[in-house]
Design a protein around this ligand. Structure first.
Ligand code: F6P
Length: 341
């Protein structure tokens, strides 16, 4: 009986359990044994795993998070860890390893493939900033949560005649802020790709209020940068060296209130966007990606990952997905701007 391994790495994401379930269901149908490494690459370093059979994945489809746990451990930082991963891989005589993750996890998968390991990838991130796939699962759920939050902020903003600044996830790419802002009718959207002048933001709010509106909603991605102010993002780093953002919404809110005189409140959506049950879209996409990953292992297409191209799930080299992020194009932001103010 062939044995394959799977792991989930990076930030958790609604739809991960749909992928795990699909891999286990399709893998066992091939008469494979599926083992799941706990907490991302850390599980391979520690040889910490569980056997996954159909019973183990029963009922997990609608659940958020990942039953395997996750971490941001990157095994490629030193040779000793790479050797540990190889030794765990060989110890279990894996016929293939399916790494489910974002830029970091898949970057490691790509490197391990270069080192000769049989690895395939499944793209995951709520940020939707991975290249070589039209969408990642998790994004639709996060987008819907953020949109609903903007809807809810409208009624309280209007009742109190306030400016509401809503800080939305997205360190380097502003997909969630942009599309939730469009869907929720935000009056201004600030994203990392387009530095915005704070005076222009304040002018837009003043104009809007002059036209008789008594409230405004400002959607801001956590990685947004303001060109002409002393606003800086809090550049703390987590234990894995990733920038931990948070704070830009608060700072922008304070400046808006000071410059315009309009009472302002700030809401940071944070991990609410990542938690809880996945949308139907993410469950379906996760399921399709899981099926594809098993197909890739079966066909020996190592070094590839599942990818959504239009309505079709196909395969692309892992290398095409990593190295550079998929940012919001300038023309898309221009479209959003038509509805500012
Ligand atoms: O990459 C997904 C993401 O949710 C980002 O949008 C966010 O900046 C980051 O993860 C938060 O990471 P953590 O869960 O480590 O706080």
């Amino acid at each position: 009986m062939e044995r394959i391994g799977i792991l989930t790495g990076g930030g958790d994401c609604p739809g991960l359990n749909a992928v795990i379930r699909a891999i286990v269901r399709c893998g066992t149908a091939e008469n494979w044994q599926v083992i799941g490494f706990r907490n991302g690459w850390k599980g391979m370093l520690d040889d910490d795993f569980i056997v996954l059979d159909n019973q183990a994945v029963s009922g997990i489809l609608p659940k958020g998070g990942t039953i395997l746990g996750t971490s941001r451990t990157n095994p490629c930082k030193d040779q000793q860890n790479l050797d540990k991963v190889r030794s765990t891989f060989n110890k279990h005589a894996l016929g293939g390893l399916i790494a489910i993750g974002g830029e970091d996890t898949l970057g490691a998968a790509s490197k391990l493939f270069d080192e000769g390991l049989k690895v395939v990838g499944v793209p995951k991130t709520i940020d939707n900033d991975l290249n070589a796939t039209d969408y990642t699962f998790g994004y639709d759920t996060a987008l819907n949560i953020a949109t609903e939050c903007i809807d809810r902020l409208h009624s309280t903003a209007e009742s109190h005649n306030r400016v509401m600044v809503v800080e939305i996830m997205g360190r380097h790419a502003g997909w969630i802020a942009l599309e939730a802002g469009i869907a929720g009718g935000a009056d201004i959207i600030l994203i990392p790709e387009v530095p915005i002048k704070i005076d222009e933001v304040c002018d837009l709010i003043r104009l809007r209020h002059k036209r008789g509106r008594t409230f405004s909603i400002v959607a801001i991605a956590e990685g947004a940068k303001l060109a002409d102010s002393d606003v800086t993002v809090d550049a703390k780093k987590d234990q894995f060296g990733h920038v931990r953002l948070g704070g830009v919404g608060q700072q922008v809110g304070e400046i808006i209130e000071k410059k315009t005189g309009f009472e302002t409140r700030v809401t940071v959506l944070g991990h609410i966007q990542r938690g809880g049950t996945p949308t139907a879209f993410d469950r379906v996409l996760g399921t399709r990606f899981g099926v594809k990953a098993v197909d890739l292992v079966k066909r020996g297409k190592f070094g590839f990952m599942a990818s959504l191209q239009g309505r079709d799930v196909s395969e692309v080299p892992l290398k095409a997905a990593v190295g550079e992020l998929k940012l919001v194009p300038a023309e898309y932001y221009e479209l959003a701007k038509k509805f500012f103010g």
